[in-house]
Design a protein around this ligand. Structure first.
Ligand code: C5P
Length: 488
């Protein structure tokens, strides 16, 4: 039997062949013959994309056109991609113009070995860093580069490219691509897809540390985060330019794969199918058009709990007062200002499986909000603000007809912590009160740590001082356990 030597094939195809051949206990040549036989064409024909010639040492297969055809013809070998969150998922990978683009070749391999389909899009400038041939061969798909390609628009089109994906990944996301995304530019295929998509988008920024630290990039980043764009990296480390180091290295391919797996994970979680309504942050109660009454709540604890519940699979609807922190990941957020707006939003969101009211709602508001700015007049006394009580949102939920199975309130106290918390259980119709000491010295209000006690009708659990993130995780786990039991 004449041996087949495959020249000019991309290393990835050879690697794939090697793996398949090893798995089947065959030589690579035998494997190629088998694959070609499966295609109904024992020897490559020009229409397949290759030609065969012999120079006495054996047959040479030279691919002219699209090496991905060979890769595509290779079914995944046994076990490949099975059981992975990525199995069968479609990832549209936009490769930006940065030196880190070379890592995308490995990224594509890692995604494909987990069973994902990767459809690559290269920006024009990215072609200076990686070739469409290499990208296409590894992805086993056509590489899209042009916005106004008659062939591609007819064939797929940029709208369909985004619609047909489960997730869009931008790697490397250059400062330029981030700026285009933040401002909604759509003057090339990559940016047009990003503007047209309704799918989730994960970006892996990569740029010089000074570009990453520039106020413009910081603004763009904040805007993108607000728009729900997910980030992986960048990491700190050496840059490609000699002597440069800092924040801006693109995340490693396996880190990006991890972030993608997290986003596409559909495995059932402890709170899958459960809906949880939450409040967080302070409220602002207007005195006049420019002044308001507020408190020091940062929203950190409530937002962290919302994120932790979402990570456990809950559908979390969060009503947030005015805060400066970003919306928690995977949480639908309604932004309000006053206690009355917060109450109305919460009422709209019931029924739910649980309600967790973390907001530091102002207990009072001014009785008569001035329509115009209150002016200081010479000789006149300081104005006296008349206050009236705000609606108690937690009590409203706790005693409502559509009361959730589990109702949790918070008690921020500066004295008699436990006695006050216990009183609130009944007064507010809550199942648990999470009590914390917010005396100035504790630094809890606005800080990053918290020491809480969980007060229920069956007793008090005292948790040690820990980060608000940890409190959130522990509380989310306790909530999951409670919602899994028949009776709370
Ligand atoms: O009565 P107090 O403000 O200490 O109660 C705190 C608990 O009640 C928190 O869970 C808070 O979110 C909730 N609350 C509320 N509406 C109010 C006041 C407090 O939901 N008007």
């Amino acid at each position: 039997m004449a041996s087949i030597t495959i020249r000019n094939l991309d290393g990835a195809i050879k690697e794939k062949l090697r793996l398949r051949a090893a798995a089947h206990g065959r030589s690579m040549e035998e494997e190629v013959r088998l694959v070609l036989g499966e295609l109904g064409d024992p020897l490559p024909s020009p229409s397949w994309g290759g030609t065969e010639r012999s120079d006495g040492e054996g047959s040479f297969l030279t691919l002219h056109k699209d090496p991905s055809l060979l890769l595509r013809s290779l079914p995944p070998h046994e076990g490949e991609g099975k059981g992975s969150a990525l199995s069968g998922r479609r990832i549209l990978l936009i490769i930006g113009a940065g030196i880190a683009a070379y890592k995308c070749l490995d990224l594509i391999r890692r995604l494909r070995e987990r069973g994902a389909q990767v459809r690559p899009v290269l920006t024009k400038a990215a072609e200076e860093f990686v070739t469409p041939l290499a990208v296409g061969a590894l992805a086993a798909d056509k590489v899209f580069t042009e916005l106004f390609s008659r062939e591609d628009e007819h064939d797929v089109g940029h709208i369909r490219l985004s619609r047909e994906a489960d997730l869009i990944v931008v790697a490397p996301a250059t400062a330029d691509l981030m700026a285009k995304m933040a401002t909604g530019l759509a003057n090339d295929l990559a940016s047009a897809i990003l503007l047209a998509t309704d799918k989730r988008v994960l970006i892996a920024p990569a740029m010089n540390p000074r570009m990453w630290g520039h106020p413009a990039t910081k603004r763009n980043r904040a805007m993108l985060e607000k728009d729900g764009i997910r980030f992986v990296g960048p990491n700190k480390g050496e840059m490609a330019e000699s002597g440069e180091s800092g924040d801006g290295r693109m995340a490693e391919p396996l880190e990006i794969v991890g972030a993608i797996e997290k986003l596409l994970d559909r495995s059932p979680k402890p709170l899958t199918g459960k809906t949880i309504v939450m409040t967080s942050g302070p409220t602002h109660e207007p005195i006049d058009p420019v002044r308001y009454i507020a408190n020091r709540s940062s929203g950190k604890q409530g937002h962290a709990i919302a994120a932790a519940l979402a990570r456990l699979g809950a559908t979390v609807r969060l009503v947030s007062g005015p805060v400066t922190i970003p919306d928690p990941e995977d949480v639908a957020v309604i932004h309000v200002s006053t206690a009355r707006e917060m109450r109305d939003a919460v009422e709209q969101l019931l029924p739910a499986d649980a309600a967790i009211m973390v907001a530091a709602v102002a207990d009072w508001r001014t009785a008569n909000e001035a329509g115009e700015k209150i002016k200081k007049k010479p000789g006149e006394k300081a104005p006296v603000l008349q206050m009236i009580e705000n609606p108690d949102i937690l009590a409203g939920v706790g005693h409502s007809k559509s009361r959730p199975r589990l109702v949790i309130g918070f008690a921020a106290e500066t004295q008699d912590l436990l006695a006050n918390a216990q009183r609130k259980l009944d007064k507010k119709g809550a199942d648990w009160i999470v009590a914390n000491d917010v005396s100035h010295a504790t630094g809890v209000m606005g800080g990053d740590r918290n020491a809480v006690r969980i007060v229920t009708r069956s007793g008090v659990e005292e948790w040690p001082d820990m980060s608000k993130e940890k409190v959130a995780e522990r509380l989310a786990a306790k909530i999951a356990a409670a919602l899994q039991t028949v009776e709370v």
